[in-house]
Write a protein that binds this ligand. Sequence first.
Ligand code: UT7
Length: 323
Amino acid sequence: MNRSCIAGTGGYLPERVMTNAELEALVDTSDEWIRERTGITQRHIAAPEQTCSDLADAASRRALANAGLDAGAIDLVVVATSTPDHVFPSTACRLVERLGMPSGIIAFDVSAACSGFIYALDVADRFIRTGGASRALVIGAEVFSRILDWQDRGTCVLFGDGAGAVVLEAGKEPGVLSTHLHADGRQTPLLNVPWGVSQGYERLADERGKVSMRGNEVFRVAVRTLGALVDETLEANGLARGDVDWLVPHQANIRIMMATARKLGLPPSRMVSTVAEHGNTSAASIPLALDQAVGDGRIRRGDLLLLEAFGAGFTWGSALIRY
Ligand code: UT7
């Protein structure tokens, strides 16, 4: 059976940077509070005309270039996003056209909020292992700035825009070793966007199309759940604490990330952290972090990586990868 190997990574962040100081002018917050409670110092915000597929397109081109592949070599595109260009077609289909991929390939979006990239990676890995695809483009892309209530200090300081992409290629090397996906729909009120198209557009008038979160409650569930997920992932692979080389976590909050690193028995220097510069870019945060650490040479071929995420749904998942 084939294994899925990472052939290339790419990332894209919009040019515009929004600092904590700018947020101080919008809501009752402070740079000190944001940094202490979240680790965030700035985030990138898409230009008004930039859409999800613009960000995904840029990240994808970089991932393809780093893999040394032409878009024509791809036979599967999976985009994880909660902020697509259209209700339909999928953002993945938009990319098929934009990147000039051949007609007839497989392309679809995955909806799993902040865990979306892990879900997309799992699906693409299964396609590759069973021979349904040989080269997959797996993308996390978000324009969360569009679904933030810029008067809600509990959420607007946390998120940013961006996209990250990974090219997975069928091979005989270890690559993706295991993936672990979970969901529990019972806690929707803690984290959601309360509006969706099937509720009708007249409902949008009351601003219900924005992120709503009971952050402190989400925080506690996230730390507990990610701890159990670390145990599950290590156990499934016969590994012990300290055996993993790098933690590449979803970048929601530095305190959640550090708790997971501690659970893994890793020092902070072995955790890839972009939360300070990017904020929480939801499904884009893991591939962006991965791309940064691969690009600056921290993550090297042969390293053992643990990717993990927790998000709305709740959804959560991990992937253990021999890079
Ligand atoms: O990525 C998907 C999953 N999402 C997450 O994992 C997010 C998880 N949650 C968190 O990261 C944290 O809970 C937050 C960063 C959202 C909040 O941090 P916290 O330490 O849990 O704060 P809190 O919600 O308990 O609020 C503490 C205080 C409150 O004031 P009072 O009631 O103590 O007077 C809040 O009203 O901080 C206040 N507060 C703020 N103050 C200044 C909330 N947001 C802000 C703010 N600036 N932006």
